[in-house]
Design a protein around this ligand. Structure first.
Ligand code: HEM
Length: 218
């Protein structure tokens, strides 16, 4: 029903992509604003531990943007509003950039660019190992998130590579869940949202499999 709405179609064509870009840049702009306030000696929202606040903020943004990217296909299936698929790649790419900034902020502000310190963290702390694995899996996705790669690889191979987003998201959620000592709000909410998004796909896949043999015998 939604797909036939002319306004929604026009919005999808002209506004959806630039508005998505603005929304994806907004968390970074807000972080830059907070840093500007701090460097100018003005009151800001970052608290006394600016380093920890910054890398945590970037980690939270990365995981939320990643979950939004995984929500796009289910939203398209439910609403039948096809243009929403146009923003999937840029949302996924933004998740990668926030995750990369999260690592850089941690490496810089927490570890003072110490490679042995980072290696020690990765090997000794399971949750950091999971974060590293998640980010590593996101690299091929980010590198191939462009039209040239789709053309060169072909849709089938490209889809297969981008299937990596699921293990990457599971590892990122594991990273998020393991770092807290007690069950706090956010990581559990992130985990429940991921479970729903993966559950939706599993149900659709199972229904597709059940339909095929039925169609074959019809
Ligand atoms: C090389 C990769 C990574 C490293 C070294 C790393 C490291 C860390 C560290 C040290 C913390 C803070 C723990 C604390 O302060 O108690 C953290 C928090 C977090 N990270 Fe990562 N991380 C990595 C990758 C990722 C990725 C790929 C994501 C998501 C896509 C992610 C999402 C988060 C989230 C959501 C938090 C919690 C922030 C909060 O407490 O509010 N991280 N990470």
């Amino acid at each position: 029903m939604m797909a036939h709405n002319a306004y929604l179609r026009a919005f999808g064509k002209h506004w959806l992509k630039p508005l998505t870009l603005a929304a994806l840049i907004a968390p970074f702009a807000w972080l830059a604003y907070q840093w500007g306030l701090m460097l100018g000696g003005l009151p800001n929202d970052m608290g006394w531990n600016v380093g920890q606040w910054t890398h945590r903020y970037l980690g939270d943004t990365a995981i939320r943007v990643l979950l939004v990217s995984l929500a796009i296909s289910p939203i398209r299936d439910i609403t039948k509003w096809a243009p929403i698929a146009l923003i999937r790649r840029r949302v996924g790419l933004a998740a990668f950039f926030y995750a990369l900034l999260h690592l850089i902020a941690y490496f810089w502000l927490d570890r003072n660019w110490s490679i042995p310190g980072l290696i020690e963290d990765v090997t000794l702390r399971t949750y950091i190992m999971l974060g590293m694995a998640a980010l590593t899996l996101m690299i091929p996705l980010a590198v191939t998130s462009n039209n040239t790669s789709i053309r060169k690889l072909g849709r089938k191979v490209w889809d297969r590579i981008h299937w990596l987003v699921f293990p990457a998201a599971i590892l990122a959620i594991g990273h998020n869940l393991l770092m807290v000592k007690s069950i706090e709000g956010d990581p559990t909410i992130h985990a429940v949202i991921l479970a729903l998004l993966l559950g939706w796909r599993l149900v659709r896949w199972t229904m597709g499999k059940l339909k095929k043999p039925a169609e074959a015998t019809a």
